[in-house]
Design a protein around this ligand. Structure first.
Ligand SMILES: Cc1ncc(COP(=O)(O)O)c(C=O)c1O
Ligand SMILES: [Zn+2]
Length: 413
């Protein structure tokens, strides 16, 4: 048992490990706390490396005590690609893509959900749910199916078709709410309290968020137990960025790496960039109304935004934002150079990385890791309208030869 309880990130008040997420004194967010002395004695590089390649190989650093409660669809331990083709195109010396789009439901959300649903079982909930911008919906539905839990999913009405179809396949009770994510989230906070259900990103949020730390641990392990110089992370609520950093710092504290001097860097879309705007203007976060093709990151009032901003500033990191056109170009650039097909959130990351290198914000000599957190098959509806239809020919060699003649000078059809 390494989890000792919850602690308010604002005022430091401690709470027992229950299904709570907000401090009753100051309304600050609660965070999982551990006994690092116990962890130090029970974890080692050798031990971790012998375990199965899933996020649960770091189980001492996750907030679930009973291994019988773990719901494991084999999320995590996704590939870290050395991306030399893209690095050459961007003019960076050493670039890696952490391809988290190949998780069981095709986004990094399987990490947070595997932890949260396991914790829900430990707490004895028979119903789980979430407010989702899309990826969380399918992940919660899949894990609930595997765990035979009842499941209610709430999404904003304008979600990508691919994400709705995927979610429906797992047969949850899916509710589409008129409004944006922030409206859905508000409704779910009321529902979670009223029905006493385990909402992964509401009353189970302190446990859920810890799953993202594994994206820090894995990159370190895959780089031979070294932290990168820079991590470029897509930001919606800001939780992922703060937890990747927490993961790096924990490994430093446990003596498993020498130093974690990683510069944390946020990527957002221009149509929803409260964290980037606050960083660039040196102000506090001001909520916005999202207006962008990028739906996964469309949280206008980010719950962990101020904490993400603090980390970006403290680590001498930076933040950028990409326009809709740049997001599409980012998706195409990653696919064309590295053979990795990402959704719009990944387009945001690649486009932002490109801009920050061009602006001189990211040094070309850094060892950079870009986090690709969702799969391209999920947002085909958006991409489709920006692509050219392929030429159609008869099954005839002469027709193909004519086509080749016609298109001789065209690089991409
Ligand atoms: C694909 C993808 N990447 C990144 C994020 C960012 O997550 P966070 O809310 O932890 O900032 C999300 C959130 O929904 C997402 O769907
Ligand atoms: Zn507090």
């Amino acid at each position: 048992m390494t989890l000792t309880g919850l602690r308010c990130r604002n005022c430091g008040k401690r709470y027992p490990a229950e299904a709570l997420s907000i401090c009753e004194e100051c309304f600050g967010p609660l965070e999982a706390e551990y006994d690092y002395e116990v962890i130090k004695d029970s974890i080692s590089v050798e031990k971790i490396q012998k375990r199965a390649p899933t996020l649960w190989r770091y189980r001492e650093l996750l907030p679930v005590s009973a291994s019988s409660c773990i719901v494991d669809l084999h999320a995590g331990f996704t590939p870290l690609h050395r991306a030399d083709n893209l690095a050459e195109e961007l003019g960076i010396r050493e670039l890696y893509i952490k391809n988290d789009s190949v998780n069981p439901t095709f986004s990094f959300k399987d990490r947070v959900v595997s932890v949260a649903v396991s914790k829900a079982i430990e707490f004895g909930f028979d119903t789980v749910g979430c407010a989702s911008t899309g990826n969380l919906a399918s992940s919660v539905a899949a894990h609930a199916a595997k765990a035979r839990l009842k499941c209610y999913i709430f999404i904003p009405a304008n979600l990508n078709l691919g994400k709705v179809v995927q979610t429906l396949a797992y047969s949850p009770r899916l509710v589409s709410v008129e409004g944006n994510y922030d409206d859905v989230n508000r409704l779910c906070t009321e529902i979670a309290g009223y029905y006493n259900w385990g909402f992964v990103n509401i009353n189970l949020r302190p446990y859920y968020a810890e799953g993202s730390k594994t994206l820090g641990y894995e990159v370190v392990e895959q780089l031979g137990w070294e932290a990168p110089d820079r991590a470029v992370v897509p930001v919606a609520s800001g939780s992922l960025l703060t937890k990747v950093y927490k993961g790096l710092k924990e490994l430093e504290m446990l003596g498993m790496i020498e130093q974690a001097d990683t510069r944390m860097t946020a990527a957002q879309s221009e149509g929803c960039s409260p964290v980037t705007t606050a960083f660039r203007t040196g102000s506090a976060i001001k909520p916005v109304k999202p207006k962008t093709i990028e739906k996964s990151l469309a949280i206008g009032n980010p719950a962990d935004g101020s904490y993400a901003l603090k980390i970006i500033r403290e680590t001498d990191g930076t933040a950028g934002a990409a326009s809709d056109e740049e997001i599409i170009e980012g998706i195409k650039l990653l696919a064309r150079t590295e053979g990795i097909f990402t959704e719009t959130a990944g387009g945001v990351v690649i486009a932002t990385l490109k801009k920050l290198v061009e602006e001189g914000e990211i040094d070309r000599d850094e060892r950079v890791v870009a986090y690709i957190t969702g799969n391209g098959l999920k947002t085909q509806d958006v991409l489709h309208s920006y692509l050219q239809e392929p030429p159609v020919i008869k099954a005839d060699l002469e027709e193909f030869r004519k086509l080749i003649e016609q298109k001789k000078e065209v690089v991409v059809w």
